[in-house]
Unconditional design. Structure first.
Length: 259
């Protein structure tokens, strides 16, 4: 097994399931150390048990929709993990709803996560700069930030993810000269637990299957599909890539897939 990430410490915000979890797994498999942030103690413990045999793993449990949760993560990072050199921002929620039916609470859920990601990332970057650490950051954006889908009306979600895409480009410009690369990935439909927030668990597989033909490649994505690209962007193999948003979408953004 290659030791691509030997001597590196990765923080995965939203790392106890889905794309973040798989990104953590790959980094551990390739010699790195991982710090996960998740909001549910049971999921955090399950993730820890699954990943611990692969390498050194630490878990921070916090609700990123609250200021208290955000501050807790920042405090732990600044006290115990000032040597983080890699960061994946994978936390998110997804509740499709027509624009006119959105309430303030819906909007706040998305924007509070963005706020947490913003300030956790700021603290990580400040530590990297202070220690002259050259590193890489990957934000998990979304195809919905670039293209509206009638079957899944997602105005607030799309607005939040578009903000994450914009943050990616701004950070890349500011931090490039310091040796810190910042990119984002923009997935289409990926089968992760995020859909269980609004689809009954026993119906998720059927709903996911209905989206296969939406993708020119003929299937929805897997967390590993996304994680392979995320970890490539984290690695030195992508040392001349920064400020970009990579579509990992089975061809959706290439054009309309009719017939």
């Amino acid at each position: 097994m290659t030791a691509t990430f030997a001597g590196k410490k990765l923080l995965v915000v939203g790392g106890t399931s889905g794309m973040g979890f798989e990104s953590a797994r790959i980094v551990l498999e390739q010699g790195g150390e991982v710090v996960l942030v998740g909001n549910q103690p049971s999921k955090a413990e399950t993730a820890l048990q699954a990943l611990a045999p692969l390498g050194k793993v630490t878990v921070i449990v916090a609700d990123l929709m609250t200021t208290k949760g955000m501050q807790h993560v920042r405090q732990v990072i600044n006290l115990e993990h000032q040597d983080i050199s890699l960061l994946v921002n994978a936390a998110g929620v997804f509740f499709p709803k027509p624009f006119i039916e959105h309430e303030e609470d819906d909007y706040d859920k998305y924007m509070s996560i963005n706020k947490s990601l913003f300030f956790i990332t700021r603290d990580v970057v400040k530590n990297m700069l202070a220690a002259h650490i050259k590193g890489a950051i990957v934000n998990i954006g979304s195809m919905w930030a670039q293209q509206a889908i009638g079957a899944t009306p997602s105005s607030a979600y799309s607005m939040a993810k578009a903000g994450l895409h914009a943050l990616t480009k701004n950070m890349a410009i500011e931090l490039g000269a310091s040796g810190i690369r910042v990119n984002a990935v923009s997935p289409a439909v990926v089968q992760t637990p995020i859909y269980e927030g609004f689809i009954p668990k026993d119906e998720v597989n059927g709903v996911m299957d209905s989206f296969n033909s939406f993708h020119p490649i003929g299937r929805v994505g897997t967390p590993r599909d996304i994680a392979e690209t995320v970890t490539f962007l984290l690695s030195d193999k992508a040392s001349w890539v920064t400020g970009d948003v990579w579509n990992i979408d089975g061809g959706v953004m290439a054009g309309r897939n009719a017939g």
